[in-house]
Design a protein around this ligand. Structure first.
Ligand code: CTP
Ligand code: MG
Length: 226
């Protein structure tokens, strides 16, 4: 099943505490976002890559893409204030397709098999998101005092990619804008339309490069895979 991928890359990476967008930091001699792009460049089912970027960074990102010889990048949308705005800008730009995948440019370690399971499930059922079981014990607390321990069996950590039938996600994104609703992932926008969202099991390696420690973990993952 073919799909189009949208990669939000227009953040500032504040938690990484670098003096630039964390996606431009190097991991094994390549900026983080190029590792992510390479996964989709290599995936035959991916028919087009669209990036949301900051206007001020578009030239440098385009130059990296050119230099890497990637051929599937179809266009750039100008990112917005929130990640949700950046994703919506891409969704409004891309040509209609059956399945669209949204994936953080900051998650370079996504496995191809997870992508294909997501795309297939979204094609059949409308919406599918990458998830891993919660490993830690989770408690709800207020002011440092435990209120309860939450049953872990039903808890999942949600990642990207998140895959959708394109018209469904576009409708959800437009509705969220109309309602000034800000979600923390794409699935939330679809959930509020009352549409079912399905989990697809992912891997713990699919980390989001967020804080300086993640650069260390990322390097270890790359070394393990080589
Ligand atoms: N992103 C985006 N537009 C925004 C904010 C984030 O396209 N307005 C992108 C980031 O570039 C990243 C992905 O969304 O690829 C996930 O966001 P996050 O990990 O939070 O990255 P940043 O927002 O850049 O980092 P921070 O929150 O630490 O500032
Ligand atoms: Mg952020």
């Amino acid at each position: 099943m073919n799909y189009t991928v949208v990669l939000p890359a227009a953040g500032s990476g504040k938690r990484m505490k670098a003096d630039k967008n964390k996606l431009l930091l190097e991991l094994a001699d390549q900026p983080i976002f190029l590792h992510t792009l390479a996964v989709f460049e290599r995936d035959e089912a991916c028919t087009g890559i669209w990036l949301a970027v900051k206007q001020s960074e578009q030239a440098i990102i385009e130059a990296y893409v050119r230099e890497a010889g990637f051929t599937k990048v179809r266009g750039y949308a100008t990112g917005g204030k929130e990640r949700q705005d950046s994703v919506r800008a891409c969704l409004e730009l891309i040509p209609a397709c059956e399945v669209v995948l949204v994936h953080d440019a900051a998650r370079p370690f996504i496995e191809p098999v997870v992508i294909s399971n997501l795309v297939q499930t979204a094609y059949e059922k409308g919406a599918a998101i990458a998830a891993v079981p919660v490993k830690d014990t989770i408690k709800r607390a207020v002011d440092g005092k435990v209120l309860e321990t939450v049953a872990r069996e039903q808890l999942w950590t949600i990642q990207t990619p998140q895959a959708f039938r394109y018209p469904l996600l576009l409708q959800a994104a437009r509705q969220a804008l109309a309602d000034a609703f800000l979600g923390t992932d794409e699935a939330m926008l679809v959930e509020r339309l009352g549409e079912p969202v399905h989990l697809v099991e992912s891997t713990y390696e699919n980390i989001k490069m967020t804080t300086p420690d993640d650069l260390v973990y990322g390097k270890a993952i790359l070394e393990k895979r080589q």
